[in-house]
Write a protein that binds this ligand. Structure first.
Ligand SMILES: Nc1ncnc2c1ncn2[C@@H]1O[C@H](COP(=O)(O)OP(=O)(O)OP(=O)(O)O)[C@@H](O)[C@H]1O
Ligand SMILES: [Mg+2]
Length: 370
């Protein structure tokens, strides 16, 4: 739009001859110029998007350049302003810049001096506009994404919720059948019935997990200062029964205090620790290390084990819901733990990732921004 006609410059100077000369010279240099001797008349012409740049004299009888610029910026915040001033008033020029001018030019000036100043100001204007456009875009996309996310959450919540009722019926009637007809069924049929009952249980667990996952992402966050060290100690105590008969060597490095939701962060750490305990089951001793590192932008926490590990080609898939890379016979679970971890950390503004080699243990990381 402006490119075809050149940038639009509004020139205001009470010395008519100077103003006119400037209009002509700048027009010859490819700008579209409009000139006024009166600051008030110029101000009347300003409206959002009409001009790109205001080039105004400082000392004018009706209204000084600073007041003009400030009023102009109120009408069109996208405008950039340059103040022209005589040599003795540099201090005023500086105060002009403080009140919104991008630059100032000392009079009298040559074309070779003013052109780069104009170009610089126009480049700043372009950047500002582009920035504002990008910010708007990010805002719009975020709103869209949040809406889609909410819809998805609501959908998965209601689906899982509604699946429970028919499942309860299948469960109830299969059990009834088992009780009433079980003894008279032949071996093969009894096995089939048992299969149905087992699958119902498994499906129930999946639905419960799905509901929990959607609760996790909808639960309100309560941010406070959290002592991760203490949380880890509590979890390890609580996980006692899981470790019965196991030989586990713990290495607990000092952990920092972080800002976050204590209940949700506990869920994160307990999932990672439970996995470390579970997937190191074949080791004697199992070694589990927990630690944290302060980086410039964020705090990185890790949980490392010397267990069975996984193939790095699945490293990102692990964090998806119901993604499992070990068989149920070997290691029990539904594959929801890490999905929860990722969601919770994402809600804290952090990242989650993992590092491993098959049979050489695994390290899970998450970060929390300062
Ligand atoms: N410490 C680990 N070492 C090796 N593999 C792991 C480890 N932690 C997770 N995994 C792999 O990632 C998969 C997903 O983990 P996730 O915690 O989400 O599910 P899960 O442990 O199988 O079940 P649950 O829902 O009970 O947590 C696991 O099935 C396993 O294959
Ligand atoms: Mg798990």
């Amino acid at each position: 739009m402006t490119e075809a006609t050149g940038p639009r410059i509004l020139i205001v100077d009470d010395e008519a001859a100077q103003m006119k000369a400037l209009c002509v010279t700048l027009r010859d240099s490819g700008y579209e110029t409009t000139g006024f001797e009166s600051a008030r008349a110029a101000l009347d012409q300003i409206e959002a998007g009409r001009f790109d740049l205001l080039l105004s004299d400082l000392m004018m009888p009706e209204m000084d350049g600073i007041t003009l610029l400030q009023s102009a910026l109120r009408k069109d915040p996208g405008l950039v302003g340059i103040i022209m001033t005589g040599e003795g008033t540099i201090t005023t020029a500086v105060s002009a810049m403080k009140s919104g001018a991008l630059d100032y030019i000392l009079k009298p000036f040559k074309l070779s001096v003013i052109l780069p100043v104009l170009e610089r100001a126009l480049a700043v204007r372009r950047l500002r506009l582009e920035n504002a456009r990008l910010e708007r875009q990010v805002r719009d996309r975020t709103v869209e994404l949040e809406a889609t996310n909410k819809e998805l959450e609501a959908f998965s919540y209601s689906v899982s919720h509604d699946l429970r009722a028919p499942l309860r019926h299948i469960d109830g009637f299969a059990e009834l059948l088992d009780r009433m007809a079980g003894p008279s069924l032949n071996e093969q049929s009894r096995k089939h019935l048992q299969r149905i009952l087992d699958s119902v249980k498994q499906m129930n667990a999946l639905i419960e997990d799905l509901l929990n996952l959607s609760r996790t992402s909808r639960a309100e966050m309560h941010r406070t200062s959290v002592d991760l060290q203490e949380i880890v100690d509590v979890i390890i105590r609580e996980l006692g029964p899981e470790m019965e008969g196991r030989n586990i060597v713990w290495k607990k490095n000092p952990l920092p205090r972080v800002m976050g939701d204590p209940a949700l962060l506990k869920l994160v750490l307990s999932n990672l620790l439970m996995n470390a305990i579970k997937y190191s089951r074949p080791r004697n001793p199992a070694e589990i290390e927990i630690g944290g590192k302060e980086e410039t932008q964020e705090m990185v926490i890790f949980v490392r084990d010397n267990g069975v590990g996984f193939d790095m080609q699945f490293a990102d898939k692990l964090f998806g819901a119901f993604q499992r890379f070990h068989s149920k016979d070997e290691f029990e679970g539904t594959g929801i733990g890490l999905a929860n971890v990722r969601r919770i950390i994402a809600r804290h503004g952090g990242r989650t990732w993992a590092q491993s080699k098959v049979n050489e243990g695994a390290t899970f990381y998450f970060s929390l921004p300062h």
